[in-house]
Write a protein that binds this ligand. Structure first.
Ligand SMILES: N[C@@H](Cc1c[nH]c[nH+]1)C(=O)O
Length: 401
């Protein structure tokens, strides 16, 4: 019998880890540079927390049950858990809170997705307790800084507004609204054509698909539509944001942008990378001003905005661009007890080498090899220095490979 990881789960071997760390370390530097602090929440959560008031569909979650028969699940994302932790555990806190995470998430294969993967890695931030233009701009500029730190080219930001999109969808009869929403989210013209909508609503659905592209044009188009009054404010906010970010990075406005996760209340966005005419979503996020209220003991709403970047997709792109390390770092030293009885002296010598302000990787030779084999091993592993230690502690240093 060959033991395999569970379907959809993966083992990351040392080179995979070194490459993943390369990405994560850069992102972490950017997060910290903007004043964010790391939060670690539990991989396991109660289902009611994970579903964030129905914003996350049950089928997405890998479910578990404990002895108390509580319904539990593996987190499919972190925003709900962080919202829970902030309002229940950080009760004396002041706002804004700037939090970042770097963690695995689990998503069940549902709706017949081709991909069997069920475990993913995400890095992201949540800016909690701040609404408004500056908070929105901070988060988008932070995304841009992350991608710059990875030296990623050819990406753009697709920006939408969940409030406006929802209000445009309100024109559709409730029993069919979800299907329209889904068809628009998937740019599925065929399904839209087959839905039992009158001519006017068909027209509206098509028009929604058309609300994407150059930000000035889209803003002009949407301003001319009949909207609920508070949506005009949302449009003005969007205008101010676009002006503030003008020219900082490629930005496309898309008022048909709809996320699978449904806790967003305002700005929503996706980072899309386009190579060889293939578009990959590298990350996504948005504003969720009603989510924290679901977990707050007194139901108090606290605004929030954040995003996640998909480490797996970033990894694919950076690795095909040869941007990731190709090897695990070799040890700097191989310390060999030269004679029987020199073992303690060899360990002591290795400890002295490691005692440095910077990282020095020092391996001990574990015996059973002659000098030629030891040199061969050092050369195979790209170890550049060998220290042969006598029982009295005196070393003979030899340059390896
Ligand atoms: N948690 C969301 C991304 C996000 C972070 N903050 C806001 N949105 C996701 O996994 O898609």
């Amino acid at each position: 019998m060959v033991y395999q990881p569970a379907a959809g789960a993966r083992d990351l071997l040392p080179l995979d880890v070194a490459q993943k760390r390369w990405i994560e370390d850069r992102l972490e530097q950017v997060f910290q540079g903007w004043g964010y602090h790391r939060i670690i929440t539990s991989t396991l959560e109660r289902m009611d927390t994970l579903m964030a008031g129905e914003a996350i569909v049950r089928q997405m979650v890998i479910q578990l049950q404990n002895i108390q028969n509580e319904e539990l699940g593996l987190r499919p994302e972190l925003t709900a858990s962080i919202a829970r932790a902030v309002v229940t555990r950080m009760t004396d806190t002041t706002y804004p809170q700037r939090l970042y995470y770097n963690a695995n998430v689990f998503r069940r294969n549902w709706e017949g997705r081709h991909n069997r993967q069920q475990e993913y890695y995400q890095a992201g931030v949540e800016l909690i307790g701040a609404g408004g233009l500056l908070a929105n701009a901070e988060v988008l500029l932070l995304v841009a800084d992350c991608l710059a730190a990875l030296d990623l080219q050819g990406w753009r930001l697709i920006v939408g507004e969940a409030g406006i999109t929802r209000s445009l969808l309100n024109a559709f009869p409730p029993e069919i609204r979800n299907q329209v929403r889904k068809a628009i989210a998937n740019l599925d013209y065929i399904t839209l054509d087959t839905l039992p909508l009158g001519a006017e609503l068909h027209q509206r659905a098509k028009m929604m698909l058309d609300l994407r592209g150059d930000s000035q044009e889209v803003l002009a188009k949407v301003s001319s539509l009949q909207l609920e009054p508070d949506q005009h404010e949302a449009i003005n906010n969007l205008k101010s944001l676009v002006e503030l970010l003008d020219g900082k990075f490629p930005l496309i406005l898309d008022l048909s942008l709809i996320q699978t996760i449904d806790y967003y209340t305002g700005l929503v966005f996706e980072v899309v990378n386009e190579t060889n005419s293939q578009a990959t979503v590298l990350g996504s996020g948005g504003r969720y001003d009603q989510l924290l209220g679901l977990y707050h003991p007194q139901g108090k709403n606290i605004p929030g905005i954040g995003f996640e970047l998909n480490i797996d997709d970033l990894y694919q792109i950076l690795s095909s661009n040869q941007q990731l390390p190709q090897d695990i770092p070799p040890s700097n030293w191989l310390v060999v007890p030269k004679t029987p009885g020199a073992e303690a002296a060899a360990f002591a010598y290795a400890a002295k080498l490691r005692d440095s302000s910077h990282l020095v990787r020092v391996e001990i030779d574990l015996g059973g090899r002659d000098a030629k084999e030891i040199r061969q091993y050092a050369s195979d592993r790209s170890i550049t220095q060998i220290a042969w230690i006598k029982a009295d502690g005196s070393p003979t240093i030899e340059a390896g490979c």
